[in-house]
Design a protein. Structure first.
Length: 621
């Protein structure tokens, strides 16, 4: 067999290597916080303070940066792997050493730092509660940690973090700088709540996860399991713990098999072309070369400056255009010959015998429906009914229904400041559906309309507006609440005009300050189900004529309604009460929601289970 192809041959060997007359790479020094070894094409950096959870000291960023630079300059190395010994990857900063050993030099590290911002005495005085805190002293210290960790990001060679056990606090500042993360499924990764411990020194959480998910973790201090980290896109893979080393090694060796640079890549492809005439004479490495070499003629990675976003926008666009043109020419040169009469697109990609999308139709164009409308005296509403039917058949309304079904609502128990709010957040498409239904009087409008057939007209519009089932629940319940409310004329006089008004006014406020109201129901309890006589929720009369409701409910439909009808055991027996979400004056009624619950796949509705213990809710009978 001939010499190995250049992409398999070490970069420092061979007649054409620029390193052919250079000396040997100097051995790595002995580090205090990590070990360094080169295994084939892989540089392995391993944190080595297992008794302290591989916690971070002032030596860590200095030694990490030195080791990364050593691997970056070593022509033998194609990829850098970072891991930790012991029970976990890294437990963050060594707070024990900084607190207990501040004065005896435990935090001074290997390099003398006396009289600088890294001097523990300087840090002690700067954090004296009786003195003046200088933020720039803190910044000068922490920025040096961050610069050391960022060496993983700025390395010209790919970096991979292998995480087991735990990677928390400052440990995440290190791991998130790596190009790829492989994490054990049961590992924990996270950062303490930022309002207590400050923001991460590197803003990589939002870069990795996006604004909302990053804030979700940093405001709560919650951790992710390795499996969740992979699902969220924080890690590339989350194998079971016993397979972590195997899966990390598979990725590392796959990366290490790639050419180190463009000259190696081009020379290997040239050798491959010269070997084409006799396939049997090609070395095995050249067969593998076909599978592994990227089709992009420019190689594996853009230059480091481009990765860091340092090229001006105009030059970046010009470079992208040039890359696309080179890729096109390359693909045209290497496209396999096409047999005459054979399409490059497989016949299996042809779509036939499928009905076109049902868009642009009138859902109210039902002869039986139209006949019933006229027969029951609601012909005067025919124009609005047909308007609702035509709107329901539009692509826009169908898309509202699809989004409301596909994007589930989200329960927000607390606001960003930690205050209890118990609100549910819906996708905007849900509000468009509600607004359309309310503005066309599909909710409770017929109770305020004396014309004959008003309820028939409302039923016809409800039947035609069938783009989504979930939002139909609060619309139907608002319609059903009005006749029950009339059992108390005083309550009906206050709220019926708002329940029947054709204005969708979303948001939790004092009901009597809004232009329109939506109502829900909170009836069923877990011990009784449909047998509401088994309800245990109690209603205690108050001196002002209201009742204090204490108990739990298994289902509370339409959680963001302005008010609910609820059942409770009053002194005279089971009775129905009107329970507002917000009390007169704007104070929230203490209703506590525990979780959202699916029912019959109506994701939009997501019926709520709520429970209140030792707290009362004010209602009127």
């Amino acid at each position: 067999m001939s010499d190995p192809a250049p992409w398999r041959r070490p970069a420092h060997e061979g007649a054409g290597s620029p390193y052919r007359d250079a000396g040997e790479v100097a051995p790595a020094p002995s580090y205090r916080t990590l070990t360094y070894e080169v295994d084939g094409r892989v540089a392995r950096l391993t944190f080595d303070r297992p008794e302290q959870g591989n916690s971070i000291t002032p030596d860590t960023p200095v030694e990490l940066a030195d080791a990364v630079e050593r691997a970056d300059l070593d022509p033998r190395v194609h990829v850098i792997v970072l891991s930790g010994r012991g029970k976990g990857f890294c437990g963050g900063y060594d707070l024990a050493a900084s607190a207990e050993g501040l004065m005896d030099g435990a935090m001074t590290g290997a390099t003398p730092r006396g009289g600088t911002v890294l001097d523990p005495t300087v840090q002690m005085h700067n954090h004296d509660p009786a003195g003046t805190w200088d933020p720039m002293v803190d910044y000068a210290m922490m920025s040096r940690f961050t610069r050391g960790f960022a060496s993983l990001l700025h390395a010209n060679k790919p970096t991979v973090a292998s995480i087991h056990g735990f990677c928390v606090a400052g440990g995440t500042d290190i791991a998130l700088h790596c190009d790829q993360i492989v994490i054990a499924a049961d590992a924990k990764i996270g950062y303490p709540p930022t309002r207590v411990w400050g923001v991460p020194s590197a803003g990589l959480w939002a870069h990795r996860l996006g604004d909302q998910r990053a804030k979700r973790l940093l405001l709560t201090g919650d951790t992710l399991t390795g499996r969740e980290a992979a699902e969220w896109g924080l890690a590339i893979e989350a194998p079971e713990p016993e397979r972590l080393a195997e899966r990390t090694e598979a990725l590392v060796q796959r990366i290490a098999a790639m050419p180190l640079n463009q000259p190696d890549h081009d020379q290997a492809r040239a050798e491959l072309r010269t070997a084409r005439p006799g396939r049997a004479e090609q070395p095995d490495d050249l067969h593998r070369l076909r599978r592994h070499l990227p089709s992009h003629p420019r190689g594996l990675r853009l230059p480091a400056a481009r990765r860091r976003g340092r090229l001006p926008a105009g030059r970046a666009r010009a470079r992208r255009g040039a890359v696309r043109r080179r890729r096109t020419r390359h693909q045209q040169r290497h496209r396999p010959p096409q047999r005459p009469g054979v399409s490059t697109m497989s016949s299996t990609h042809e779509v036939f015998n499928q009905v076109p999308p049902l868009v642009g139709h009138d859902t109210s164009a039902d002869p039986a429906l139209l006949e019933g409308i006229e027969r029951e005296g609601a012909g005067w509403a025919l124009e609005e009914i047909r308007e609702v039917g035509r709107l329901a058949g539009t692509a826009e309304a169908i898309e509202w229904g699809r989004l409301a079904e596909r994007v589930p609502p989200r329960l927000l128990t607390h606001d960003r400041y930690g205050r209890r709010i118990d609100e549910v957040e819906y996708v905007p498409a849900y509000h468009r559906l509600m607004e359309t239904a309310v503005s066309h009087g599909i909710h409770a409008a017929p109770w305020g309309d004396d014309r004959p057939g008003a309820h028939v007209a409302r039923a016809a519009k409800f039947y035609s507006w069938n783009v989504d089932a979930g939002h139909g629940c609060p619309i139907s319940m608002t319609y059903a609440v009005v006749p029950a409310l009339r059992a108390n004329p005083a309550l009906a006089a206050r709220f019926e005009p708002l329940l029947t008004n054709r204005v969708y006014d979303f948001g939790l406020r004092d009901p009597e300050t809004k232009q329109g109201l939506v109502a829900g129901m909170s009836m069923t309890e877990k011990q009784g189900g449909s047998d509401v006589r088994a309800n245990t929720t109690t209603a205690t009369p108050q001196p002002d004529g209201t009742y204090r409701i204490v108990g739990h409910k298994w289902f509370t439909s339409a959680p963001m309604s302005d008010m609910f009808l609820t059942l409770a055991q009053a002194p005279g027996g089971l009775s129905c009460f009107l329970l507002p979400r917000v009390l007169p004056g704007g104070e929230a009624n203490p209703i506590r929601f525990l979780r959202l619950k699916d029912k019959a796949r109506q994701q939009v509705q997501r019926l709520l289970r709520d429970r209140v213990r030792r707290r009362g809710r004010l209602a009127r009978r």
